[in-house]
Design a protein around this ligand. Structure first.
Ligand code: F6P
Length: 548
């Protein structure tokens, strides 16, 4: 049995769970009018209401004990101080340094990295201003109107999510496009929307070796050269973001348009770095800096707030409460904000690539569950699709609801309707509907006898389904920065308790190796027989039936 499972803090939570699992949240609310005050937190305008959880004050006390037993406060210091806590890659983990003010000091191997961070930010400022103002133009002298981010995973999902989330701040003269998939359809359909003379491609890849990104970048390059009739056009229409400057120069990108970042920035934590270049161009540098400031504000809160008032710690510990003590296999992210439509996909990578791990920091297989499946859709669309399972399925699915109090599109009653749905969902998930309540409703509708009795079980809702609600005024860059950093730190809290490394991704690296090995076999003249019979047949069927 692992140290974690046998620890006093874990065992105390284990027995507490059996004491309280039959409590009803509706009764906890009915008997304690201060429940919301007890179980909610505010950080300059961002509210976390976690009162609709299956918890008591004792639960929170025991979860905080678990965090203390895991030395969470020490780990937070170690991360912020630039210790190489990503041990399997021997790297510091310092996305937090990317949002530090210029007068800060953060040391990696004895060197203060903040001057480099601000040197690159200055570069982004100059370049994004010159693209937006039309000082930097395309090969034929026309102003840039389309920016196309070519990247995948952490080099795509953050900029995609943030450009969509901050559309109200986006330049009306620019359209942001994102190409990720090696499926040619992705780039082909994007190219159809573009005019080569007014398009800037940003090739974003930490390693600059990722198959999908390099393939798409070469396809885009060939398209551009063909359209503009000159190799010289590449210098004006391509920029790159990478830690691998020798590969960007081999690709032929003008060194002035190459933006660097560092190995201490993990891919999925990189939107704050030069990977955020498309965001800075699209929303402008001032707004990009507001995003960084929001992230920094959450960093300061995470470092300084006591654990019981610490928003990322509370969110992370609640996740552990359900995942490890109730056996929930997934949790849902439900933004009631269309601009946050890519937030669930962004968090899928952030959370599952970080904490989907099976060995601890010492390399021992763990004997407890680590991360759960993350999924979600914007409300109210999800209500008409999968909420049925959340309300009446056999599994408990904890969910985070996120909503702005004010809309950028204040048309009629739309926003009040949106929020009424959001609040009604969390209320009904908590309350449920008892058999007596359901019966009374059916009787009021005129049902009696067999028709009433047969319908009754379908109309009962167990309730007691946990939710968090995050409210903010409007989704501006500062607020988005806080929200993203909140989830980043929540993930770190969970990794500390689980004693796993949240900052490597060997499982994904494995996929990269496999694809490169198999590719030549698809072009082979000879039948392939070196794999298992399933894989051999799949390859050979493709070889026989491919048209081009
Ligand atoms: O998908 C795995 C991964 O390594 C991510 O962590 C990273 O964000 C993505 O690939 C892209 O890698 P790169 O930025 O090096 O092209």
């Amino acid at each position: 049995m692992s140290n974690l499972i046998s620890s006093s803090a874990w065992q105390a939570l284990y027995s507490h769970q059996s004491d309280i699992r039959n409590l009803k949240m509706r009764e906890l609310f009915a008997t304690d009018s201060s429940r919301f005050d007890k179980f909610s937190l505010q950080i300059d305008g961002l509210l976390l209401d976690y009162s609709k959880n299956l918890i008591t004050e004792k639960t929170i006390e025991l979860l905080i004990n678990l965090a203390s037993q895991s030395n969470l406060s020490d780990w937070i210091k170690r991360q912020f101080n630039g210790e190489k806590i990503n041990t399997s890659e021997s790297r510091a983990v310092l996305h937090t340094a990317l949002r530090c003010p210029p007068n800060s000091t953060v040391l990696v191997d004895g060197k203060n990295v903040i001057p480099d961070v601000h040197r690159v930010l200055d570069h982004i400022r100059r370049y994004s201003n010159s693209i937006r103002s039309g000082i930097t133009v395309g090969h034929t002298g026309k102003q840039i109107r389309h920016i196309v981010n070519i990247g995948i995973g952490g080099s795509a999902l953050g900029p995609l999510m943030a450009c969509e989330a901050l559309k109200p701040f986006g330049s009306k003269d620019l359209t942001a496009h994102f190409v990720s998939n090696v499926d040619a359809t992705d780039i082909a359909e994007t190219l159809k929307k573009l005019d080569a003379e007014t398009t800037l491609f940003i090739v974003s890849s930490k390693t600059f070796t990722t198959q999908e990104t390099l393939t798409n970048a070469h396809t885009a390059r060939a398209w551009l050269v063909k359209r503009l009739g000159s190799e010289l056009a590449v210098a004006k229409h391509f920029a790159a973001v990478s830690t691998n400057l020798s590969e960007t120069s081999k690709f032929g990108i003008n060194p002035e348009n190459v933006f660097e970042f560092w190995d201490w920035v993990g891919g999925r934590y990189s939107l704050w770095s030069a990977i955020g270049l498309p965001i800075a161009i699209y929303i402008g540098m001032e707004n990009f800096e507001r995003l960084l400031a929001g992230g920094h504000a959450m960093d300061e809160h995470f470092r300084n707030a006591p654990l019981e008032k610490n928003m990322p710690a509370i969110l992370g510990l609640l996740g552990i409460w359900y995942g490890n003590f109730f056996g929930t296999g997934s949790y849902a992210i439900l933004p009631y904000d269309q601009y946050l439509q890519h937030f669930p996909a962004y968090l899928q990578q952030l959370e599952m690539e970080s904490n989907g791990k099976r060995v601890d920091r010492e390399g021992n297989p763990v004997d407890y569950d680590t991360h759960f499946v993350v999924w979600g859709e914007p409300g109210t669309n999800g209500q008409h699709s999968f909420y049925q399972l959340i309300h009446q399925g056999t599994r408990m699915v904890p969910a985070d609801f996120l909503a702005p109090l004010n809309s950028y599109n204040p048309i009629g009653e739309h926003h009040a309707m949106l929020l009424s749905n959001c609040f009604a969902q969390t209320e009904s998930l908590m309350l449920g509907k008892t058999e007596a309540e359901a019966r009374a409703e059916l009787i009021a509708q005129g049902l009696t006898g067999n028709s009433l009795e047969s319908l009754l079980p379908c109309k009962v809702f167990p309730g007691n389904r946990p939710t968090n609600t995050l409210l903010f005024n409007q989704l501006d860059p500062y607020t988005l920065g806080k929200l993203i950093a909140l989830y980043e730190h929540k993930i770190f809290v969970q990794s500390v308790v689980w004693n796993i490394n949240a900052f490597d991704q060997w499982g994904v690296e494995f996929g990269k190796q496999l694809a490169n090995k198999l590719l030549p076999e698809l072009r082979s003249e000879e039948a392939i027989s070196t794999h298992d019979s399933s894989t051999n047949n799949l390859i050979n069927i493709y070889r026989k039936r491919r048209i081009s």
